[in-house]
Design a protein around this ligand. Structure first.
Ligand code: HPA
Length: 282
């Protein structure tokens, strides 16, 4: 039986057979944010279906391809769409692409997602820099035998690893400064992850607010856990596509997620493209 590491390595070997680009930054585009991939210069587009062991998304709004190329001179690998645990994928498959991005050479990962807004002062359509997370999915992506070969920087790949600066303070700073420079409001917030696929009840959202959460969503935390295991620096950005249950009187629809994504596309694109060249090389 090939190990998870062997499988990730064969996905990397396949990608290296398709392009000589060595991406430095991996970007995972969440629901409604997939159009950012059109920013990639000289793109080499690889459908997930062609990559050995890569899982495929079943959700509307996730197109399922890896776009390799560069943005502002920075070599990138952009995932247009991801899979989620609520689709029935084991957590090792959900995080497989993040493992592959690391082994491919990415030392920074930008994770983006659609989220429900818990704080009334962060309205629908806001972009939020994730400052920290609360994992209430009931599982952990680093479960199972430890594999030190996943380390991308010296000292990483340990059985137990620090999560106290999981979301890089330096990258968060760059994002906040860039938003100020561009003249739009950007807030920081704590992202709480649930398994889904049901949206939350108003009582759950009240409980999550008490716990210190500002945003709620169904992705991201496991990718961040494996990234930190590998020693990859992380920047997380959420798009508030709706107010969470009970915050307003409105009911929540997945279509809102797609529609709001379209509305903030320009702001999201200009923020990300300006951040990329400022990411320090590791
Ligand atoms: N809850 C959970 N996940 C989400 C939401 C929400 O309200 N909106 C977008 N993703």
């Amino acid at each position: 039986m090939p190990t998870l590491y062997d499988q990730a390595q064969s996905a990397v070997d396949y990608l290296r057979s398709q392009t000589s680009i060595s991406p430095r930054v991996g970007i995972i585009l969440g629901s409604g944010l997939g159009s950012f991939a059109s920013q990639v210069a000289d793109p080499v587009i690889v459908p997930y279906a062609a990559i050995p062991h890569f899982p495929q998304s079943t959700v509307v709004g996730h197109s399922g391809q890896l776009v390799l190329g560069s943005i502002g001179g920075v070599p990138v690998a952009v995932m247009q769409g991801r899979v989620h645990a609520y689709e029935g994928y084991p957590i090792a498959e959900v995080t497989f692409p993040a493992r592959v991005l690391g082994l491919l050479g990415c030392t920074t990962l930008i994770v983006t997602n659609a989220a429900g807004g818990i704080r009334p002062d962060i309205p629908q359509g806001s972009l939020v820099v994730i400052s920290d997370h609360i994992n209430l999915t009931g599982t952990n992506a680093a479960l199972g035998p430890n594999e030190p070969r996943f380390a991308v920087v010296p000292g990483a790949g340990q059985r137990f690893f620090d999560m106290s600066t999981a979301y890089s303070p330096a990258l968060r700073n760059i994002a906040m400064q860039e938003a100020t420079r561009q003249g739009f409001a950007l807030t920081e917030g704590v992202y709480l992850a649930v398994l889904g696929p049901s949206f939350e009840t108003p009582a759950e959202i009240r409980a999550f607010r008490t716990l210190g959460a500002d945003l709620v969503g169904m992705s991201t935390v496991h990718e961040v856990i494996v990234a930190r295991h590998m020693g990859i620096s992380v920047l997380g950005i959420s798009l508030v596509t709706n107010m969470a249950a009970g915050v307003t009187n409105e009911t929540i629809h997945h279509e809102d997620v797609i529609e709001i994504g379209r509305r903030v596309e320009r702001q999201f694109t200009s923020l990300l493209t300006s951040i990329l060249p400022q990411i320090p090389a590791v």
